[in-house]
Design a protein around this ligand. Structure first.
Ligand code: SF4
Length: 343
């Protein structure tokens, strides 16, 4: 079988069945730009080639296992099942700006074991393939199409650490940028990582236009190590050099999950200001979505607002993120972990 995302494989198939190149272009436009279902896209090919493409091309690698729609804010959580029975999540976000975003996964489970993350509790199962990464986008795009929407922004911020699956991440980014397939502008793509300096720098070298976010969550080494075990391997000092280098391509997004009594005190704020001073960044303060088995608590809203105000007064571009989908377990890994635990 040839994956639908395999440009060379599809070219070989085209040549073998003597399909005109412009018919392949129509076929790909039907699939990736108009996000038609498989059979409707196949109808754009000559009749004599349709059966071969139907039987020789792998169009889909994920099956939708569950869909949950928030009644609060329009977020939709999708739970997909892979061919080997693993579960991965994606989240469709419909902010008031009308710019629909999709948060996708890059691995099944995660080895990083961050203390605030349900996926981290699952441990690492395996990397997602390029087809499994891209399939989340195609299926979500088909889902929002009847609403008159398209997926405008894509963030690698779901299950798994994308920079620990760089082979498939980079291939996915290339295909997302490729004109014959998705044709996304790099500015609409964002990769969020736990902070792996050499991989962040490689990503910036290969895809300078793609935005990067880093999960900082504390500018105090001991606190960060408690929250994120990988911080021991990649200390804040080393990370700062990469952040400074990356900011040459544009502002880096700094994600800061606000945890009550853990990283929201005066000393934390001062450490954050000192750490980021002189680097062009955008700080995104994130409310914490509690989940079963986790003893951490989120900073109450007034505390988050005060933290944001002080960062702004100190001259930092800061946003206070709204928490999407609190009624549908939209935080990374909550739904998959819940399913896995129940089964
Ligand atoms: S926050 Fe990201 S890197 Fe950390 S355990 Fe969860 S999925 Fe892995």
């Amino acid at each position: 079988m040839v994956s639908i995302y395999d440009i060379e494989g599809i070219e070989r198939l085209r040549s073998r069945h003597a399909v005109q190149p412009h018919r392949i272009k129509l076929f790909r436009n039907a699939l990736f730009k108009n996000v038609l279902e498989r059979d409707d896209a196949l109808a754009t090919l000559p009749e004599n080639a349709q059966a071969a493409f139907r039987s020789e091309v792998a169009f889909q690698s994920l099956e939708l296992a569950e869909r949950r729609d928030s009644e609060i804010d329009g977020a939709t959580k999708l739970l997909f099942r892979t061919a080997d029975g693993a579960l991965v999540e994606s989240v469709i976000l419909r902010p008031k700006t009308g710019r629909t975003s999709l948060c996708i996964s890059s691995q099944v489970g995660c080895a990083c074991a961050c203390g605030f993350c349900a996926t981290g509790r699952m441990g690492f199962l395996r990397d997602l393939s390029t087809a499994e990464i891209l399939d989340q986008i195609v299926q979500a795009a088909r889902m929002v199409k009847p609403e008159g929407r398209s997926i405008r922004n894509i963030v690698f911020m779901g299950m798994g650490e994308p920079l620990l699956n760089t082979g498939n991440l980079f291939q996915s980014l290339e295909l997302l940028r490729a004109a014959p397939l998705f044709n996304y502008a790099g500015s609409r793509l964002m990769v969020s990582s736990v902070g792996i300096p050499h991989a962040m720098e490689e990503l910036a070298r290969r895809f300078p236009e793609i935005r990067q976010a880093i999960s900082l969550h504390s500018a105090r080494q001991e606190v960060r190590e408690q929250l994120m075990p990988l911080a021991r391997k990649y200390p804040l000092k080393q990370l700062r050099k990469s952040l400074a280098a990356l900011s040459a391509n544009g502002k880096v997004m700094v994600e800061y999950l606000m945890l009550d009594g853990v990283n929201d005190r005066d000393g934390d704020l001062q450490a954050l200001e000192t750490y980021l001073r002189g680097i062009p960044v955008h700080i995104n303060l994130i409310p914490f979505n509690a989940f079963e088995g986790c003893t951490l608590r989120g900073t109450p809203r007034p505390g988050r607002e005060a933290f944001a105000t002080r960062l702004k007064q100190a001259g930092f571009d800061t946003t206070l993120r709204h928490s999407f989908g609190t009624d549908i377990a939209a935080a990374c890994g909550q739904l998959a972990q819940g399913r896995q635990t129940r089964s």
